[in-house]
Write a protein that binds this ligand. Structure first.
Ligand SMILES: O=P(O)(O)OC[C@H]1O[C@H](O)[C@H](O)[C@@H](O)[C@@H]1O
Length: 471
């Protein structure tokens, strides 16, 4: 059964990620496009470096072609944001990307984009699931790849330069060039290598790359930038005395950063740094949007500059919708994705990375210095983050306790309010909070807690762990 979660459809290769399901999805989307009378505009599909990604793109393309929908296939593995950009720029009604983003190597999946290059929202993915449920295996037709190429129903394209030039024109390349920065790059065996390196080299940065070969097993690690997965990058930054270390996840929509001192910067820190930079140093005005499990430091920075911070459920589709509604400067999530006003409607690790490098160049300060400056001006708060695996039975128990019976452990802090918008989030009067929610992309329960004091954040997580019997 094809079901869309927080970040598209993801499934284990050979289990549900099969040619049959991929083509069912393509057929269902063709039907939807025809019902909406947008099939004339065609379809665009890209793929990442995962096992079967390129084949999956072609399998899907052959179905669209058989349905008479002209399909543009990107002829090299690409970052997800490139597809989003292309859908937006060339006004496609839909686009698709074959990727399971940061999931383990045994997964693959498909992200669907809608008009304007947005992540398909819940309404759209539900509708698509409905279409899928009506497609029978025998309804699926496919055209031979070579034939489709010959008759022009499939066109292979390479929009890399167009995408890169768009970023290059939005970033202060001259400022970067004048500084002669040294950047360590870790594409985590994924797709950012060429794109990000090209931008950095164009800005005359010295680039030291690791983990750039094509490895569908991602070196045995998760292609998700975290303190744990970026140890090698950390060493590289220190050994080579780099100004910054940048990592991107499997499909380059998220980033992870190591600062000049070798410290891992949490995606929360990156968001805070960039919002602060854009408002303070570039003089931008406007609010910031974050998800419910992202740092409230953003609220503090917003307050400091007389701006607002908006909270939405987890999922970039909510971030981009709110950004549009409020004309926000920046929006992002603690999972590592962000975008900036005027850029694409989805998260873009390549653009975020370029902007961070610009920040170092324009301010003339080290990342660690800017972080200190923010702490002095806006204060600080500490986050503790935990993930727990569960089986179906355990999931039901936790759901019953937290979401249906609405029980909580005994908390020693005054509660301001409780939200059940996405999982259960308790807001404390001292500015701290704790959330427990089920991931929409992995079989995990996530607990995030932020408190003025790190010990309190740890203790609260321990308390939840005991209360929900998670160990
Ligand atoms: O916590 P989860 O539901 O697993 O979601 C974590 C992240 O997954 C994907 O990358 C989505 O695109 C993001 O919007 C989301 O923040």
């Amino acid at each position: 059964m094809i079901q869309f979660g927080t970040g598209g459809w993801r499934a284990v290769i050979g289990d549900e990620f099969t040619k049959e399901n991929i083509q069912l999805l393509a057929k269902a989307l063709s039907n939807k496009m025809k019902d909406e009378e947008v099939e004339e505009k065609g379809m665009v599909i890209g793929y990442d470096r995962r096992f079967l990604s390129k084949e999956a793109m072609q399998w899907a393309g052959r179905v669209f072609a058989a349905e008479g929908i002209k399909t543009y296939l990107i002829n090299r593995s690409s970052p997800t944001p490139l597809i989003m950009f292309y859908v937006m720029k060339h006004e496609f009604p839909y686009g698709m990307m074959v990727t399971a983003s940061h999931n383990p190597a045994i997964y693959n999946g498909i992200k669907v984009f809608t008009e304007g290059g947005r992540d398909a929202d819940e309404f759209q993915t539900k509708a698509l699931e409905e279409y899928i449920s009506h497609v029978k295996k025998e309804d699926v037709r496919e055209m031979e790849y070579e034939e489709a190429l010959k008759n022009g129903m499939i066109v292979e394209i390479n929009p890399l330069n167009e995408y890169l030039d768009n970023i290059i024109s939005a970033v202060d390349m001259k400022a970067i060039r004048d500084r002669g920065l040294k950047v360590a790059l870790d594409p985590m065996y994924g797709v950012s290598e060429t794109s990000l390196k090209t931008i950095l080299l164009t800005a005359r940065c010295e680039v030291e790359t690791i983990h750039d070969r094509h490895d569908t097993l991602f070196g045995g690690k998760l292609p998700a930038p975290s303190a744990h997965t970026l140890r090698a990058l950390q060493n590289h930054v220190i050994d080579k005395r780099c100004d910054i270390g940048i990592a991107t996840d499997g499909d380059a929509d998220r980033i992870g950063v190591i600062d000049d001192t070798g410290r891992f910067l949490h995606p929360n820190d990156i968001l805070v740094l960039l919002y602060y930079y854009l408002v303070k140093y570039k003089g931008w005005h406007g609010p910031v949007v974050r998800n419910i499990a992202t740092t409230h430091m953003l609220d503090k920075v917003a307050e400091r500059f007389g701006e607002k911070c908006y909270e939405v459920p987890v999922g970039f589709k909510y971030i981009s919708a709110k950004m549009q509604e409020t004309d926000a400067v920046i929006g992002g999530e603690s999972s590592g994705g962000l975008t900036v006003r005027g850029h694409i409607k989805g998260k873009d690790g390549i653009y975020a990375a370029s902007l961070l490098v610009e920040m170092i160049a324009v301010t003339g300060k080290k990342l660690s210095e800017i972080a200190k400056e923010i702490e002095t001006e806006c204060g600080s708060i500490y986050m503790e983050e935990r993930d727990y695996k569960f089986n179906q039975e355990k999931k039901e128990q936790i759901y019953q306790i937290l979401m249906l019976d609405k029980e909580l452990p005994e908390l020693n802090f005054d509660i301001d309010k409780i939200s059940y918008l996405d999982g259960c989030k308790v807001y404390f009067k001292n500015g701290g909070w704790i959330i427990a929610r089920f991931s929409g992309t992995e079989p995990l329960l996530r607990i995030f807690c932020e408190m003025p004091n790190p010990e309190d954040a740890k203790q609260l997580c321990n308390l939840y762990e005991e209360f929900l019997k998670l160990k």
